[in-house]
Ligand binder design. Structure first.
Ligand code: MRU
Length: 469
């Protein structure tokens, strides 16, 4: 049978402008401009937290905490949470003294965005919404140097394959900007560039988007090294990093449009980990498909796996979906089988960190198990990812380097010991879902039904979708 690579027409959501408006708000969010749902409150200026300074309790409480934007969700948990969040934001007091010196409290009604570049070349700062603290504490971290960024990537302050790539690209600029002496040629940056690329690419090994973004900066350097000064080169690299960021927002919107059409008109959709605005430069991949489907009028009840051990599902996906007004019910990872058996899940959709030449997909640990369950119950299993997640240099998923993380993430969830302190732990951060368990891979270029080596090769060799601008 011939593998199919289907290119989708724009869905109703795009045609009637709803998709477009959300893409617009993603772009607005990325540009640092408030979107529709982001009317700042009167005191909506971020509060700067000075080193060692005592934080005034009251203003801080106003600024932080999750606040719903849009319609309240219909699930019982969603019914009460947004209202409670608005009238009584989660108190900062117990943690306030532990807030880092570089933290900025985020206005409660600002759209969630994982990565942002603020300022120009000289005064530029990379701002990361600290995903280790969400949903209770909403702070941005200001990053001004390579090693701080590397530590934040390792610690998951910034996480999600596309978001790590975007942050890494800006990290190269942060490292090179102070080293670009006036009057020097661009080649004076060769050694520091190599150093920055090495430090960043080794920070998280599984998501290929990081390497892909760093390769783009290296290619940009190589294209222009002969005819630019060092300062011009850094300006050029910042442009390239911003382009990667902007493109990702557009890729997300395309994927969301393509994937929304595949989701059921009415039914339960299970997702694992977090693949939304926090994990990308736009509306998200798998989560973007869900949000667009809901906006197009589909009656979707999302089941979000909590995603052990680091709880990206409960802490991040549940928060994003509540804010988007999409009904979400949180489940422990071990509950998925039961819900499938009882007919409450009609589709599964997840993201990916690396897709190999044969269509195998690495994603957050636990994804493979969900795919096996979906197969057993005859439920479609979709993977949503941009072209930057494909790695055709690897033959199969068995070649993917799976990141192994510290045992304490399992022994001490959120810092509380739940196991004998010295018990050995295995903590692989990702697993590989074989292509034969994947119903379709949704990309910005189209949808690959029943992915295999041929269909992946055809998709990637075909015309790339060209981002606007
Ligand atoms: O360890 P994380 O939180 O970075 O893992 C993230 C995932 O596994 C996501 O599903 C993947 O990166 C896709 S994000 C669009």
């Amino acid at each position: 049978m011939k593998p199919t690579v289907r290119r989708r027409k724009p869905t109703a959501s795009a045609r009637n402008g709803r998709g477009a408006s959300s893409a617009g708000s993603a772009a607005r969010a990325q540009a640092g401009k408030p979107g529709k749902a982001a009317k700042p409150a009167s005191a909506a200026k971020p509060v700067r937290v000075a080193q060692g300074a005592k934080r005034p309790a009251k203003p801080a409480r106003k600024m932080a905490g999750p606040v719903k934007a849009g319609k309240p969700a219909k699930s019982s948990s969603a019914k009460s949470s947004p209202a409670r969040a608005k009238s009584a934001p989660v108190p900062l007091k117990p943690t306030a003294s532990a807030l880092p010196a570089d933290a900025l409290l985020v206005p409660a009604d600002r759209p969630l965005r994982g990565v942002e570049w603020r300022g120009g070349l000289e005064d530029g700062v990379l701002v990361l919404l600290d995903q280790t603290r969400l949903p209770n504490v909403v702070i941005d971290r200001q990053v001004r140097d390579l090693e701080t960024l590397r530590a934040h990537i390792i610690d998951l302050v910034v996480r999600g394959a596309p978001a790590i790539g975007i942050a890494g690209a800006y990290g190269v600029v942060l490292h090179l900007a102070p080293l670009a002496k006036s009057g020097s040629g661009a080649d004076s940056l060769e050694e520091p560039l190599r150093h920055a690329l090495d430090r960043l690419v080794t920070s998280r090994p599984t998501a290929v988007n990081l390497k892909w973004a760093l390769d783009r900066l290296r290619d940009c350097y190589e294209r222009h090294v002969g005819h630019l000064t060092a300062q011009e080169m850094v300006a050029r690299l910042l442009m390239e990093a911003k382009r990667i960021h902007r493109e990702d927002a557009q890729l997300c919107a395309r994927i969301a449009d393509n994937g929304a059409a595949l989701l059921p008109a009415d039914g339960g959709v299970l997702t694992h980990c977090n693949t939304g605005a926090l994990a990308t430069g736009g509306v998200g991949t798998a989560l973007g498909c869900i949000v667009y489907a809901a906006r197009a009028g589909k009656r979707i009840q999302v089941y979000a796996d909590e995603t052990r051990p680091l709880l990206q599902g409960s802490r991040l996906t549940a928060l994003e979906l509540q804010r988007a007004g999409v009904p979400v019910t949180l489940i422990c990872d071990s509950m998925a089988a039961h819900l499938m058996q009882r007919g409450r899940i009609q589709a599964v959709i997840v993201g990916a960190d690396r897709i190999t030449a044969n269509g195998d997909a690495a994603n957050k640990i636990g994804t493979y198990g969900v795919a096996v369950l979906a197969k057993h119950h005859g439920i479609p299993f979709y993977v949503a990812a941009p072209y930057s997640t494909f790695d055709l240099t690897l033959d199969s998923g068995m070649d993917i380097h799976i990141e192994e993380r510290k045992g304490d993430e399992v022994r001490r969830p959120q810092g509380t010991l739940f196991a004998p302190a010295d018990v050995p732990v295995a903590n692989p951060a990702f697993d590989v879902t074989p292509a034969e368990l994947i119903t379709a891979i949704i990309t910005e270029r189209g949808i690959i039904q029943r992915p295999n080596r041929d269909s992946v090769a055809r998709l990637m060799a075909g015309d790339a979708w060209q981002p606007a601008g």
